[in-house]
Ligand binder design. Structure first.
Ligand code: PMV
Length: 323
């Protein structure tokens, strides 16, 4: 009754910010993302009848909010298997946790993959994605690899791979500007934006067009078109965040300096664009061959603590020989 899974975080190029319904954690919009193969979460799930409750250690620490989300996902897996045993869950990230690097996405993708594996369940991918979504709206995207499209369909969401890593071997450079967890979680921030940002409705209404443009750019391998729509969609989401009350200012001065540096590089002919999620880190997406130069340029920006390089990655999977 034990299994170990590995999953990678993902970064959205056309983003999700806001929910259609709290029940089932349904996003207001679809999204398009890249899986970051160079960053990983490894999670073990061990169902043990001797445990009175689920015990969850994330990077060695226990947090009641995380545990209750994990229990909600495990309850569904237990229901599928007809098992009632509680579980010991150990999860480790090899990158900063909760700081806008989508650790919740890789965390819940790894959790449901390991949980289903430990229970010997062979669930349909769609069911596994629905269970992962309860933990984090972006987690279903980390179940697949490469470029992933998530769309709303009726009372659920559907994910599909649009390009495998080998189809379009983009590289991502992450500029880390703060290592601590963010002040406001995505979940709380979204709820606040829905209620208070005067731009929230336009964000939702214009989102379908952004998603179509992003998808068309990926299908045509049109990097300039993808750069244009991804930067626009990112800044539109941050406009919603900034106009939320109280405001959600996820950027640091170094975040903004990196955005300017990426734009300068592009003006100089380097194929790169930026995106930023609910945190201060900047992800610079590059065509193959320029990631070294982009990493060096971002490492030299004052306030950048660390630069990570990542190719596109595979979807969540069980680790063989889990010990
Ligand atoms: O998956 P959540 O609930 O942590 O929300 C993710 C929200 C963004 O990262 C800001 C955008 C996205 O689509 O990933």
């Amino acid at each position: 009754m034990r299994a170990v899974a590995v999953a990678h975080p993902n970064v959205a190029l056309v983003k999700y910010w806001g929910k259609r319904a709290r029940a089932g954690n349904l996003p207001a919009t679809g999204s398009l993302s890249l899986v970051l193969g160079g960053l990983a979460t490894e999670t073990s799930v061990d169902f043990d009848p001797a445990l009175a409750r689920d015990r969850v250690l994330l990077d060695g620490r226990e947090d009641p909010e995380t545990t209750s989300r994990v229990t909600a996902c495990l309850d569904l897996l237990r229901g599928e298997a007809g098992v009632s045993a509680r579980a010991a869950v150990l999860s480790r990230n090899d990158f900063p946790t909760g700081a806008g690097l989508a650790s919740s996405a890789s965390g819940f993708a790894a959790l449901v993959t390991a949980g289903a594996g430990a229970l010997g369940l062979h669930l349909k991918p769609q069911r596994l994605a629905e269970i992962a979504r309860l933990g984090s709206g972006s987690a279903p995207r980390s179940l697949l690899g490469g470029v992933v499209l998530l769309t709303n369909r009726g009372q659920t969401t559907v994910c599909e791979q649009v390009a495998a890593p080998a189809d379009w071997p983009l590289e991502i450079v992450v500029a880390v500007t703060t290592s601590g967890p963010k002040a406001t979680s995505s979940r709380e921030g979204m709820a606040r934006s829905e209620q208070t940002s005067p731009y929230y409705d336009s964000w939702v209404q214009t989102h379908g067009g952004d998603l179509e443009a992003g998808l068309a750019a990926v299908r045509a391998r049109d990097f300039p078109a993808l750069a244009d729509i991804a930067e626009h969609n990112c800044l539109k989401m941050h406009a919603v965040m900034l106009t939320t009350r109280p405001p959600l200012i996820y950027w640091t001065p170094a975040t903004l300096a990196c955005l300017h540096r990426v734009q300068e590089l592009r003006r100089d002919g380097v194929p790169v664009f930026f995106t930023v999620d609910a945190g201060p880190q900047v992800k610079a997406v590059c065509l193959p061959g320029v990631a070294g130069d982009v990493a060096a340029a971002l490492a030299a920006v004052p306030g950048v603590l660390q630069v990570l390089r990542s190719p596109l990655g595979e979807g969540a999977r069980l680790r063989a020989n889990a010990d």
